[in-house]
Design a protein around this ligand. Sequence first.
Ligand code: 4NP
Length: 157
Amino acid sequence: MQSFLFVCLGNICRSPLAEGIARKIAEDRALGIVVDSAGTGDWHIGEPPCRNSIKVAKEHNIDISSLRARVVQQEDFERFEYIVALDESNLQTLQKMGAKNVVKLGDYGYKGEDIPDPYFFNGYEGFEKVFQMIEVCVNELISVECFNKEDENENSK
Ligand code: 4NP
C-alpha cells in the first residue's frame, strides 16, 4: 500500500490542503493509500488548519477542519514511502534530517515550482491559486506513483 506524508513549514496552510485533496482522490478512486501531513516547524502543534485553508477546501467540498498540526519525526521516514515536500526549503530541511525518500510536490506537474506559502499572503486572495496548484500536483503524484507502478507490477507478473 502506497503511503504519502505531505510536509510544509507550519502544517497549517499547505500540507493540510495536500492531505485533504489526496484523501478525496483516494476516496473518489477507491484507492487504499495512507495519507498524512506534518510540518518542519513546531509553532502550531495541535492547531487546526488556518481559516483560509479550511475555507478554500470547503469550497471544493473537502473538509480539513478536523486535522491537527504536528511536527515531522525521524520515524516518519520509515513509516511513509514518500515524504512529499511542498517547497525547496522544506525539502532541504527534510534531507538534512536524514530523509532519503523525499520528493518535491512541484516536480509533479508544475516543473519543480515551490508551492507558495499562503501564510504570508494578505487575506484570502491567493488561496484558490495555491489550492489549484496543489490539486494538479497531488493528482499527478498519485497517478504517477500509484497507477504507473500498478501497471509496472501488472506487466512484471
Ligand atoms: P504552512 O504555512 O507551512 O503552509 O503551514 C506556514 C504556517 C505558519 C508559519 C509559516 C508558514 N509560521 O511561521 O508560523
